[in-house]
Design a protein around this ligand. Structure first.
Ligand code: GRF
Length: 205
């Protein structure tokens, strides 16, 4: 029997793209079962877009400012992602909340990686907030996106220690190393094995 076609991933980014890079590396192995078919960003001039271009992956940029209303932006982002027929859409450091049209189209297959152990420290300053609170464990959460801010069903979590002399930068970096490995592992498992969600519980058979 021939192998099924690799699952189609669209990755959304806003920054350095280290998670994207890890997915591109993993996808070089046919056994991984997925390929990155497009990368979308909400801003130009970011390293992640260069990583995509260097890998020969098509890119698009939808900046909120380029549209008259947030709904128009949401419609454009939805159309650009849909054009690549994704099996999974991955927010990897994408700093925008998708709107209703996007969630209507992809809410059953849109995942996000967040650099905190949810439900603690949602929002864009996860490591900073964790450090300020004084927690001893920090980490990353992979989850299905819903209409809230970092509130959707959790796929996986990984923890790292918070050290006494940590700064926001050192903790952020430690989290990112664990976060990348988790993202690669679980994207692969999701596309290869599928999943169910019942009462918020995500199960991968
Ligand atoms: C990740 O740690 C993500 O959780 C946070 O931003 C980082 C993105 O890093 N929101 P990169 O662009 O993949 O390097």
């Amino acid at each position: 029997m021939t192998d099924p076609a690799p699952a189609r991933l669209v990755v959304l980014i806003s920054g350095s793209g280290s998670n994207l890079q890890a997915l591109l590396e993993a996808a070089k192995d046919p056994a991984y079962g997925a390929e990155v078919v497009a990368v979308g960003a909400d801003r130009d001039g970011i390293a992640g877009l260069e990583i995509a271009a260097a890998a020969g992956v098509p890119t698009f940029v939808d900046s909120v400012k380029a549209y008259e209303t947030r709904d128009d932006w949401d419609a454009a982002l939805t159309a650009h992602v849909a054009a690549h027929r994704p099996d999974l859409v991955i927010s990897a450091g994408f700093l925008k909340l998708a709107g209703k049209q996007f969630l209507d189209a992809f809410g059953d297959r849109y995942i996000n990686t967040h650099n905190a152990l949810l439900p603690s420290f949602p929002g864009i300053h996860g490591p900073r907030d964790a450090l300020a609170y004084g927690v001893k464990l920090a980490g990353a959460t992979l989850f299905f996106v819903d209409a809230g801010v970092d509130t959707g069903p959790i796929i996986a979590q990984v923890s790292v220690p918070v050290l006494d002399d940590d700064t926001e930068e050192t903790l952020t970096e430690r989290i990112k190393v664990a976060e990348r490995a988790q993202l690669v592992e679980f994207v692969g498992r999701l596309v290869r094995d599928g999943w169910t969600i019942e009462n918020r519980k995500v199960r991968i058979p």
